[in-house]
Design a protein around this ligand. Structure first.
Ligand code: T5A
Length: 205
């Protein structure tokens, strides 16, 4: 695998989409080959699964929810992520394995070791070189939201557990995570992300 795999994580409204767009523009202006994608989704089958699992009124059980996110990930990893990384692109992915650990593990209550093993199974252990965690208080993230999917309608407590879960993962895997304070201006956040990405590009080179 010769590309560079970078994932973006955070609670609802953390600013992942905004920051990925800015980073993509910057990297393209530097002549880099960049590919942007998202989870759940990024492939027709995975996008169909996304529609099912995120529909506002879908009566999805917690176990089915976990397995649908993983099924979408398996499809995306094999059909999209691996080929793009083999084509030497910098791949920017909006959410990945840590979303499942944070939402279905820490917040929903599925066994963490089990969720990690399922992530490995779904992806063939495809792990990001760098994970940017955009961290901010739940109230701040939720106040930025305009439309609400099924997960976004969960309680504040649920989203608080997601946030704490992410921060625990960042402490467990410090070599991969960079935690960025996302309660600041778009420009200040972008500057921090650029530093982390430039370091990752140097290390990979
Ligand atoms: N999920 C996903 C799981 O439960 N398990 C899994 O395994 C996976 C993969 C995905 C949902 O699925 C769940 C998690 C999610 O609930 P989604 O629609 O992709 O759903 O949700 P998000 O990823 O949260 O996308 P959002 O668009 O809601 O949030 P972003 O992308 O983090 O934020 P962004 O950039 O769209 O910004 C939101 C708003 O804030 C403004 C923007 O202009 C925008 O209006 N904004 C700022 N405002 C002030 N200051 C800043 N610094 C700002 N940055 C952005």
């Amino acid at each position: 695998m010769t590309g560079l795999f970078i994932t973006f994580e955070g609670i609802e409204g953390a600013g992942k989409t905004t920051q990925i767009r800015l980073l993509q523009d910057h990297l393209l202006s530097q002549g880099k080959r960049v590919f942007t994608t998202r989870e759940p989704g990024g492939d027709p089958v995975a996008e169909a699964l996304r529609a099912v699992v995120l529909a506002a009124d879908a009566p999805v059980t917690p176990t089915a929810e976990l397995l649908v996110f993983l099924a979408a990930r398996a499809q995306h990893a094999e059909r999209v992520l691996r080929p793009r990384l083999q084509a030497e692109a910098i791949v920017l992915c909006d959410r990945y394995i840590d979303s499942t650990v944070a939402y279905q593990g820490y917040a929903r209550g599925h066994d963490l070791a089990w969720v990690r093993r399922l992530n490995d199974f779904a992806t063939g252990s495809l792990t990001p070189a760098l994970t940017i965690l955009l961290d901010l208080p739940v109230e701040c993230g939720l106040s930025r939201q305009s439309d609400r999917n099924r997960m976004e309608a969960e309680s504040r407590d649920f989203h608080h557990r997601v946030r704490m879960g992410y921060l625990s993962e960042a402490r467990l895997f410090p070599e991969r995570f960079r935690v960025v304070d996302a309660a600041r201006s778009v420009e200040a956040i972008h500057a921090d992300i650029l530093k982390a990405v430039q370091e990752a590009i140097r290390s990979a080179g």
